[in-house]
Each structure stands twice: as structure tokens, then as C-alpha cells.
Design a protein around this ligand. Sequence first.
Ligand code: MTE
Ligand code: MO
Length: 191
Amino acid sequence: MQIPPGQHVLRNFIYYSALKPPEVDLSKYRFEVSVNVENPMSFTYDELISMIDFKGKINFHCVTGWSVLGVEMEGVTFKKISDIVKPNGKYAYFISLDGYTTVVPYEDFVKGFLWLRMNGKPLSYEEGFPARPFFEHLYAWKSAKWVTKLQFLDEYRDGYWEMYGYHERGNVWLEERFKNEEAKRLRKSPM
Ligand SMILES: Nc1nc2c(c(=O)[nH]1)N[C@H]1C(S)=C(S)[C@@H](COP(=O)(O)O)O[C@H]1N2
Ligand SMILES: [Mo]
């Protein structure tokens, strides 16, 4: 199996939460997709579970250099969600219950999925229950835990780590860790 440049393999995840972990009330939880779309939608957790159309062994890469390989993930493809909401715009922007945000270019967004289940079980709270986006070819900071909103942007906007110099896209094979050398020098870590 090929490992992206600059990564080493770990057996287990290292949990990260840059902000205070949020309270999650599943009865109130919605995954809302209503900005810059033709058909605004607000999905409950049960609706998302009933829409699962992806299951596979996926590799997870944190930009700080560790990777976890072969995680069994299940979720709803963003292709399927896009077919329902019919988005406009050049970027997908994710907002989490804790206020964490991140941004993904549209071409990369459609390759990903909304991750709901891991190794046959719902995501645990620490892993971002109820849901988080996932993109195997992008660093894991693009996987916003406890995600609750997906918006589409006409103009690029920084999310949480992008504000501290991390890359607009974050492709793991191209080692898009930082926006530029200046950003790398000034980086805020750890993440
Ligand atoms: N809400 C939220 N999502 C987040 C983060 C965070 O701090 N807050 N950290 C990101 C980073 S840098 C990584 S590597 C992964 C870590 O996922 P894990 O805690 O399941 O290992 O979550 C990403 N999503
Ligand atoms: Mo990370």
C-alpha cells in the first residue's frame, strides 16, 4: 500500500479538538444544506443513516504526519447529496456544532462523503458523532467533526485552520500542507 509523502503509519487515531467539544442532542440535530442550493434540505440523523450509499476501507492522513490505514467507513456520498440539493458555487464550506469550520474546493468535495459509521458502529462522540465529512485524498483537518451545516460559496473563505496558513485544498499526494512558505513559518501548532 502506498503512503503519501511525509506520512508515517499509526495503529490508532490521535483525537484532536481545537475548540471546546460541543454538546450533541440527537433529537435537535440536523445536517443543514441551505446556502447557494436549488433545493434547501435539512436532514435528520435517521434520514442520513437511511441514505448511506458508501462503504469501504479508507485511509486517514493528518497533516502533522500520522496516518491510520484501512478504516472501514460508511456514509452518504456528496455526489448523492449534490444530486438532491443541486448546489451552485466553487467551494463547499462546513460548519460544526463547536464552531469549527473548513473549506473544500467543489471538485474535491464531490469525491467525498458524509462519514456516519466506522468499523460497523456509529462514530463515537470523540470521533465526531453524529457526522463529519471525509475526503481520502485530503488531509483530515478537512474532516470537520460534529458537522451540522454545509454551505456553498462563490468566493473562497478560510475555515479554522486555513486562517492559520493551512492550505485551501490540502491534497495529501501533492503535500499541500500550507498555503505558502510564509504560512508554514508562521504556523500555529499542534493541530
Ligand atoms: N470540530 C473539529 N473537527 C476537527 C478538528 C477539530 O479540532 N475540531 N480537527 C481536525 C484534525 S486536524 C484532524 S487530524 C481530525 C482528527 O480526527 P480524530 O480526532 O477523529 O482523530 O479531525 C479534524 N476535524
Ligand atoms: Mo490533523
